[in-house]
Write a protein that binds this ligand. Structure first.
Ligand SMILES: [Zn+2]
Length: 173
């Protein structure tokens, strides 16, 4: 089965080319760039991974709508959690009527509520960051390696800031 080898761009040719121009970065996609040249430079188009279709206006609208819906939901969650925490703080003090066990369980409840609120706040920041990147045109580029995050991944996780392999590396650490 030599098929896999046959699909690869000429190895010898690439090595020679790389050696010739070792002072400049080697464009990994250079050999295939000519095929897609026409679609590469449209100003509003976000980056895609090799083999993916380019972003259409409705794809971008879809991602933006998801992010805006997430933002609205998370703002609600954060506000609700803040209210809940405030009321727990009010009731959970060691004032009159609260015995030791009550104070303890209120404190646990408060901690749980706070960590939920922190999660929501963290997610909200990611969502707002993604929306800002949509606006400034940097959306879709991995913040770690600079390669396209990929349209499929962003359609599934619109607030992703890392490509899958950088994300996996981060999680392994
Ligand atoms: Zn990456």
């Amino acid at each position: 089965m030599a098929k896999a080898d046959a699909d690869r761009p000429g190895r010898a040719g690439r090595t020679a080319a790389a050696a010739r121009s070792s002072s400049e970065p080697v464009q990994a996609s250079a050999t295939k760039a000519s095929a897609k040249k026409a679609s590469r430079r449209s100003p509003s188009s976000l980056p895609v991974r090799q083999g993916e279709d380019s972003w259409t206006a409705s794809d971008v609208a879809h991602v933006r709508a998801e992010l805006e819906a997430d933002r609205a939901r998370l703002l609600d969650e954060v506000a609700a959690a803040d209210l809940e925490i405030k009321s727990l703080l009010r009731d959970g003090g060691d004032g009159a009527g609260n015995d030791q066990a009550d104070v303890g369980s209120k404190a646990l409840e408060r901690d749980a509520e706070m960590s939920l609120a922190n999660n929501s706040r963290e997610m909200l920041l990611q969502v707002e960051h993604a929306l800002a990147r949509l606006d400034d045109g940097s959306y879709g580029v991995c913040e770690s390696c600079g390669q396209p995050i990929g349209k499929l991944r962003l359609m599934a996780f619109p607030r992703a800031t890392l490509c899958l392999s950088c994300k996996q590396q981060q999680e392994r650490r």
